[in-house]
Design a protein around this ligand. Structure first.
Ligand SMILES: *[C@@H]1O[C@H](CO)[C@@H](O)[C@H](O)[C@H]1NC(C)=O
Ligand SMILES: *[C@@H]1O[C@H](CO)[C@@H](O)[C@H](O)[C@H]1NC(C)=O
Ligand SMILES: *[C@@H]1O[C@H](CO)[C@@H](O)[C@H](O)[C@H]1NC(C)=O
Ligand SMILES: *[C@@H]1O[C@H](CO)[C@@H](O)[C@H](O)[C@H]1NC(C)=O
Length: 413
């Protein structure tokens, strides 16, 4: 059993870039929306739960910050009276940047209509993509004032892609598909923002414990955690950067990346910046290589080899007096928990239990030099503010005496 250490603070600095905006006002709309966020202990995938279809069915979906839209397995028991396929060349197809428009030769039904447009839903864990029909159906989730959930609200025409059963291979048990949270207009956050008329913004608070439940907020704060801590008050913002070259496994030519890049310019260990090759920290505008992105489908922050080496060297120097123990994959540096009491933030690492440096070597020519993974985001609130083109980080909520698992999910009347 290995516990991980979440060591260096990432010092994040700035560049500017205005982008994406969303829209106006109407009556009786929810202030914000809320969804649960859990961690699957076996795959380390982060999952949410949304209701889809008529009659409504709760679905577990993997949260993917790089996903372009929501896709679900339509092959097994998709029953709904409100499903509608997207007719070829309709505005739904252009909104989804659908590329195909064809015939289906397997048994007709949901996911197999003729003259319907389609896309190529992707499973980032297996690297598989396949054809999937675009359709709309009802999607519902609880509204919130930021303190507790309240009544369910519905989008009767939520756009998503169908996928065949095999695309769910490699996903956590009981999962129906993937909820895309990227920057496209059909990603989950943008569709909800457009439908419920709030600025396009969402916040993730990843739980550190597979037995507890974190939260996803769609729309404005507060983002409240017991005992009455509003995490939106501790956000520090950095500009959201755009990589002009797609980083997707499958994409249309000329598309930018729809992932969330930020400008990390320095990494500090114990207050001292480690030496880094600055070229690697910058996005190369011609090739799309380099830079830093945030990912919920990578378990541990993954660093280009030279960055990884500088960081492990600095880290092992800072922990020179703590006994090393045999490392467990995928880590290289592990310590006896006994010596770590004063050096880390987070739950205790007991004596006799390994505490590993929770970063992974990403090789010498990765597409993106730093991929901030789920583990380093846990018990931090991260706000993706598309309307203002910025990303906000609360620092660890443990310093504020709360955790991501302290949202009050008891519904208020
Ligand atoms: C679609 O059209 C083709 C050719 O017209 C036909 O063979 C096929 O069965 C149709 N599929 C569905 C799902 O209706
Ligand atoms: C820094 O990284 C760039 C991109 O990989 C590489 O071309 C360059 O040689 C590196 N510079 C040094 C000093 O290692
Ligand atoms: C390690 O322990 C020695 C002796 O107690 C002390 O002088 C030194 O500063 C310590 N080094 C670190 C990095 O804590
Ligand atoms: C959680 O919210 C419910 C409903 O608003 C409320 O009754 C309850 O007291 C809250 N729990 C705590 C611990 O504040």
């Amino acid at each position: 059993m290995a516990t991980c250490i979440n060591a260096p603070s990432l010092a994040i600095f700035f560049l500017l870039l205005p982008l994406l905006l969303s829209s106006p006002s109407s009556a009786a709309r929810p202030h914000a929306l809320i969804a649960p966020l859990t961690k699957d202990p076996k795959t380390l995938q982060y999952l949410t739960r949304l209701n889809q279809r008529t009659p409504s069915l709760p679905l577990n979906l993997v949260v993917d910050l790089a996903g372009r839209y929501l896709w679900v397995n339509c092959d097994s028991n998709y029953v709904s009276s409100t499903y509608r396929p997207a007719p070829c060349r309709s505005s739904l197809c252009s909104l989804a940047s659908a590329v195909s428009c064809g015939k289906c030769y397997s048994s007709p039904g949901i996911g197999c209509y003729n003259n319907t447009c389609g896309v190529f839903p992707n499973n980032p864990f297996t690297g598989t993509s396949t054809y999937g029909e675009i359709g709309v159906d009802t999607l519902s989730l609880p509204s919130t004032d930021g303190l507790t959930p309240s009544s369910l609200v519905s989008d009767p025409s939520f756009i998503f892609s169908c996928a065949p059963s095999f695309l769910t291979s490699g996903l956590a048990a009981g999962v129906a598909g993937i909820a895309g949270f990227s920057r496209t207009r059909v990603a989950l956050p943008s569709q909800l923002a457009t439908k419920f008329e709030f600025h396009s913004r969402f916040a993730l608070c990843l739980p550190s414990n597979p037995r507890s439940t974190g939260a996803i907020f769609f729309g404005p704060g507060p983002y409240n955690f017991l005992p009455d801590i509003d995490a939106s008050q501790s956000l520090i913002y950095t500009p959201l950067l755009t990589n002009p070259i797609s980083t997707a496994q499958i994409y249309n030519g000329g598309e930018p990346s729809y992932e969330y890049f930020i400008g990390v310019t320095a990494i500090k260990v114990g207050g001292t910046a480690v030496a880094l090759n600055k070229t690697l920290l910058t996005i190369n505008k011609k090739t799309g290589y380099g830079g830093t992105k945030i990912s919920t489908t990578v378990a541990y922050t993954t660093l280009e080899t030279s960055i990884y080496k500088s960081l492990t060297t600095a880290f092992s120097a800072a922990l020179a007096n703590v006994s090393r123990v045999a490392a467990v994959a995928p880590f290289d540096l592990c310590y006896d928990g006994k010596g770590l009491g004063s050096t880390r933030v987070g739950p205790g690492v007991p004596a006799g239990v390994r505490g590993c440096f929770g970063f992974v070597d990403g090789g010498s020519l990765p597409r993106t030099s730093i991929v901030i993974g789920g583990y380093q985001l846990e018990d931090n609130l991260v706000e993706f503010d598309l309307a203002n083109s910025r990303v906000g980080f609360s620092s660890t909520l443990l310093f504020r005496r709360t955790t991501c698992s302290n949202f009050n999910f008891t519904s208020s009347p």
